[in-house]
Design a protein around this ligand. Structure first.
Ligand SMILES: Cc1cc2nc3c(=O)[nH]c(=O)nc-3n(C[C@H](O)[C@H](O)[C@H](O)COP(=O)(O)O)c2cc1C
Length: 170
């Protein structure tokens, strides 16, 4: 797809077909994610990839996230290890680590769109339950889930505020 077509056809997808997302597709999306801009190129992120139906079922059962999230063929769990950033930048390093995950998630979603897939950034989930279920080590913060799969119906694009409302030229 042309870049602008990808950009404007990415919409948060919350309903998926049963089509499997292949290892190769997952790898392609991860590669897009790790090429995102990130603070000092310290690459504070770490990704857990969930495709196992039993684990997804436990996520729903344990109240980690909304059940629809676990119906995606693959769930990317994006974590950060902010230690290197905070030792260099203090508290600001924690912000940088979060910003790293946001940039990675957008790259991942644009890549998914380019491959005919869709997904959604999930910030509302129980990070502690997620950590326990996946045995995520303490040094990592679990920041977001990104369920991805083939959209099972066209997504109605969300409107945006007009540019004039959100921009100040100086
Ligand atoms: C930081 C962040 C957190 C989000 N958390 C959730 C969430 O918990 N659940 C959800 O359904 N969508 C979530 N979203 C998706 C937004 O609702 C969505 O991006 C927004 O409504 C704009 O729609 P669009 O992505 O289709 O353009 C989140 C998006 C961002 C960037």
């Amino acid at each position: 797809m042309e870049f602008r077509d990808v950009l404007y056809s990415r919409h948060s997808t919350r309903s998926f077909t049963d089509r499997i997302v292949t290892k190769s597709e997952i790898h392609t999306m991860l590669d897009a994610a790790i090429h995102a801009p990130n603070a000092c190129n310290m690459q504070s992120w770490h990704y857990y990839i969930i495709t196992d139906p039993a684990v997804k079922e436990k996520m729903a059962e344990n109240g980690v996230c909304a059940p629809w999230v676990t119906e995606a063929p693959v769930i990317f769990v994006i974590c950060t290890d902010a230690e290197a950033l905070t030792s260099r930048f203090g508290e600001k390093g924690e912000v940088f680590a979060l910003q790293d995950t946001a940039a990675a998630a957008e790259n991942l979603l644009l890549c998914a769109t380019d491959m005919g897939l869709g997904g959604c950034i999930i910030g509302s989930f129980d990070a502690d339950r997620c950590r326990n279920l996946l045995s995520v080590p303490k040094k990592l913060d679990v920041v977001m889930l990104v369920p991805v799969g083939e959209p099972d119906e066209p997504v109605t694009p969300k409107t945006r505020k007009p540019i004039e409302v959100v921009v100040t030229y100086i």
